[in-house]
Write a protein that binds this ligand. Structure first.
Ligand code: HDD
Length: 746
């Protein structure tokens, strides 16, 4: 086609740079390249280069501005200074209004089995294709520089660069949402963001305006249960589930449609940290999740998720006792199993945070043929918001031309010009139909891959209203709570007590207790007792202020009913697989005189099982072993903290043991690891260290597999057996039962 100017710049090797991206280039049949070269034409590398200006003029002095004499005034003529300062002055763009804090990574998606029965989307039909992806994880409420460990929902946005265009799955790590209608989104976000008079608190929902809003919005009850659960403080982005939240549609080549819920299942399991730990991490390393993702990819520990689908035939739309279009509901996996259909692997860190992660623009409306929308009113509103927000954030309508946002296929249409246009469209014709350009670019027939919306029949009155089928606000909140383990329930009680404890208005707190009592009486009464309040007597009608002015409140009265299934094990993290310690970080506490064998045998065994071991000592650089060998140290006790690790080991060696036992920071390290319920191991020669901890009386004289699985504490004098038991303990992630015996004052 003559019009093939597209938006693609030429690469050094000729052809369009972007067309070379991806698994299989249809043009040259090249095999997949996981280290994608999609962005190569845009990459700048200064090594070996002379410095020049943006107009290409070589710079001779980048240290001094042009002055009238050595001590004289700076001259306006200095075009090099002005260019540099002007560019600097404009370096920042507005941060995202929500999900401002985030981290991204590149990767690939590979399909396990063709899904032609359900969808005609090519990337879900061809198992030989590796579809490139870019993923951005985020928190919702905090600013761009806020802590990763805030109690918050995590964004999980995936851009698939398919050969039919970009498909964005813009989801969260929780399967439901706070509100049922997009028009309430600005209210929700205003309520959770820092309060407008004093801009406090940063990245936290624990304040009056958030809970005020929630306390008069019973529809958010289910989501609040998720937010108060440990899902809101993940151990790692790599250990989170992802959800598309809404019911979407899949459409096959025959035009038959079904409903679908999208899931991401992490192969490392789903794990969280403790709340006290999260708060500590926020101070000691606010980049904890960002660093974890970056380091894992740099170390070749590529994070992986399986894409899961819950498919509901079109004819089953009304089979459930909740509405598939209600985004505050999930489909219990016990009712519709999640079918795992492919795997996503993140294998490359961005080269430049701003160019890639910050400028990435996701949109729930970026779909490809075979994927379509439902009438979920939250989804419908999102379809407007995402493009609109980029116009200000990325500065105009050409944000799709930014390298990270470009599709891998060339773009041909009659859109032209605008702020920062990159494409140089050839020819006179920028309209259609036309005859001067032979009517190109011409529309694609459905058989040629043209997107045709699913012709859903709609015969209705134009109304502003809420469907009666959306009025059950509590049954799935109950289902979620009832499905949690005892430890998870306890954490939820603590989370509500903390969050409402930070609220100053007793009225708001009491209204919240009323709502919580609709979910579980014990939950409400325990939170009430932490707050020094009582649960309101008649919470049957939680106040609902989300009602139109002229509506009859009776029409918005919540429907109180039991969940479709009594419990759903899939909703608890306690059921997550516990058979691997891959990529877990383990601290070894050592000092001069450490028993080198006791250290290296356990280290080798843990590393063989996929863990990352770091040696921490009173000083940086190295420790001397008993045999005066220099052993490398990763951190000193000053720069490390137990909250960065999944477990701790204390090797033997009399001098090392004595030094660790006498070191307050080292003992605190162990006490804190115990408090956060982590696996801890000691060489039998480290008994003096055990004796200086708070939990000395919890360490059995000898370990057995049973004691290790129960207590999470390992002791032994044979390094190889000790390592095996330590691995067993680390794979359990946490020993929450420890919390039952009261908290360690670490
Ligand atoms: Fe949203 C960003 C996820 C409801 C309006 N949203 C954004 C991001 C994620 C989500 C992961 C960050 C994407 C990135 O990394 O750049 N949003 C969701 C989910 C929702 C949801 C799972 C409910 C199921 N969002 C939602 C509603 C609206 C928006 C109802 C507006 C009516 N969301 C936006 C936005 C953002 C955004 C203002 C801010 C930055 C951006 O889009 O690019 O358009």
């Amino acid at each position: 086609m003559k019009e093939e100017t597209g938006s693609q710049p030429k690469s050094k090797t000729g052809g369009t740079g972007l067309a070379r991206h991806g698994s299989k280039n249809p043009a040259d049949g090249q095999p997949a390249n996981a280290k994608t070269e999609r962005l190569e034409p845009f990459i700048e590398d200064s090594s070996g280069q002379l410095m020049n200006t943006n107009t290409g003029v070589k710079i001779n002095d980048d240290q001094n501005s042009l002055k009238a004499g050595e001590r004289g005034a700076t001259l306006l003529e200095d075009f090099i200074l002005r260019e540099k300062i002007t560019h600097f002055d404009h370096e920042r763009i507005p941060e995202r209004v929500v999900h401002a804090r985030g981290s991204g990574a590149h990767g690939i998606f590979k399909l396990y089995e063709p899904l032609g029965e359900y969808t005609k989307a090519q990337f879900l039909n061809d198992t030989s294709v590796e579809t490139p992806v870019f993923v951005r994880f985020s928190t919702v409420a905090g600013s761009r520089g806020s802590t990763d460990l805030a109690r918050d929902v995590r964004g999980f946005a995936v851009k698939f660069y398919t050969q039919e265009g970009n498909f964005d799955l813009v989801g969260n790590n929780m399967p439901v949402f706070f509100i049922q209608d997009a028009t309430k989104f600005p209210d929700l976000i205003h309520a959770v963001k820092p309060e407008p008079d004093n801009e406090m608190p940063q990245a936290a929902s624990a304040h009056d305006t958030f809970w005020d809003f929630i306390s008069v919005m019973p529809e958010s009850t289910h989501m609040i249960m998720w937010l108060m659960s440990d899902r809101a403080i993940p151990r790692s982005y790599r250990m989170m589930e992802g959800f598309g939240v809404h019911s979407f549609r899949l459409v096959n080549a025959e035009g038959k449609s079904c409903f679908v819920k999208f899931h991401w299942k992490p192969l490392l399991g789903v794990h969280s940290v403790a709340w006290d730990e999260a708060q500590n991490i926020s101070g000691k390393d606010p980049d904890f999740h960002r660093r974890d993702l970056w380091d894992a990819i740099e170390n070749g520990n590529f994070p992986e998720w399986e894409l899961g689908l819950q498919i509901v035939p079109e004819e089953d739309e009304f089979k459930f006792d909740f509405d598939l279009l209600d985004p505050t509901k999930l489909i219990p996996e016990e009712l519709v199993p999640v079918r795992r259909v492919g795997k996503m692997t993140l294998n490359r860190n961005p080269d430049n945070f701003f160019a890639e992660t910050e400028q990435s623009a996701f949109h729930v409306g970026h779909v490809v043929p075979g994927i379509d929308f439902t009438n979920d009113p939250l989804l419908q509103g999102r379809l407007f918001s995402y493009t609109d927000t980029q116009l200000i954030r990325l500065g105009g309508p050409n944000f799709q031309e930014i390298p990270i946002n470009r599709p891998v296929v060339p773009v041909h249409n009659n859109q032209r010009d605008g702020h920062m246009r990159q494409t140089i469209n050839r020819g006179k014709v920028s309209y259609g139909p036309n005859s001067l350009g032979n009517n190109f670019p011409v529309q694609a027939k459905a058989s040629e891959g043209g997107y045709a919306s699913y012709p859903e029949r709609i015969d209705a009155h134009k109304v502003r209203a809420r469907s009666k089928s959306f009025l059950d606000h509590f049954s799935q909140a109950k289902l979620f709570f009832n499905s949690q383990s005892d430890a998870e329930k306890k954490h939820m009680i603590d989370a509500f007590s903390f969050e409402l404890g930070k609220v100053r208005s007793n009225e708001v707190r009491e209204r919240m207790l009323g709502i919580v009592s609709m979910v579980d009486k014990r939950l409400a009464s325990e939170v009430a007792s932490a707050l020094g309040l009582t649960v309101p007597k008649n919470p049957k009608r939680p106040m609902n202020r989300s009602i139109p002015a002229d509506a009859d409140p009776a029409d918005y009265e919540p429907v109180v009913k039991e969940p479709s299934v009594p419990v759903s094990p899939a909703l608890s993290m306690a059921t997550s697989p516990k058979d691997s310690i891959s990529t877990r970080k383990i601290a070894f506490l050592a000092a001069d005189g450490v028993d080198g064998k006791s250290l290296s045998t356990v280290k080798t065994a843990l590393e063989k099982a996929g863990a990352v071991v770091e040696v921490i000592a009173p000083r940086q650089n190295f420790v001397l072993s008993e045999t005066k060998e220099q052993l490398p140290v990763n951190h000193s006790l000053l720069t490390a903290a137990s909250v960065f690790y999944d477990g701790v080991y204390v090797p033997g060696g009399a001098n090392s043991v004595a030094a660790i036992a006498a070191n307050g920071d080292a003992v605190h390290f162990l006490n804190e690891a115990f408090k956060h319920c982590k696996a801890i191991a000691f060489d039998s020669a480290a008994i003096p260290v055990i004796e200086s901890t708070y939990f000395a009386n919890k360490v059995p004289a000898e370990s057995t597999d049973e004691s290790v699985l129960r207590e999470g504490i390992v002791i032994g004098n044979k390094a190889s057996t000790l390592a095996d038991r330590f691995i067993l303990a680390l794979a359990q992630h946490r020993f929450w039962d420890r919390e039952k015996s009261g908290k360690v004052p670490a």
